[in-house]
Design a protein around this ligand. Structure first.
Ligand code: ZN
Length: 105
């Protein structure tokens, strides 16, 4: 995309800015590529493994973890990539809506 820099980086920055505006914290860690990102409600913090095996999936994961905190899901919520419970589906939808907001600006 000419003149817009890296689209993925751009989208991640948009998501981080949104999280900060909501008073959420973000920790970026580099673990092995199977280590799952998570949301920690007690600390209002999302913890993102930037070394995740599928880099293109990272914005969706970030939006998903933001969704857990915004929906008030308690405890630790690890990303699993297939929404088996209604909490996971809601976090997925939250992420899709955020990415739509970015795309439709
Ligand atoms: Zn989840």
């Amino acid at each position: 995309m000419v003149g817009r820099g890296n689209a993925l980086t751009d989208l991640i920055q948009f998501l981080f800015d949104f999280a900060f505006a909501q008073g959420l914290g973000i920790a970026q860690i580099s673990k092995d590529e199977e280590y799952r990102s998570l949301a920690d409600k007690t600390r209002n913090l999302i913890i993102i493994n930037t070394n995740w095996k599928n880099k293109a999936e990272l914005p969706f994961i970030i939006g998903h973890e933001i969704g857990h905190l915004m929906e008030g899901d308690v405890g630790l919520s690890y990303y699993c990539g297939n929404a088996l419970t209604s909490k996971e589906r809601h976090a997925d939808l939250y992420s899709l809506n955020l990415i739509f907001d970015y795309a439709a600006r």
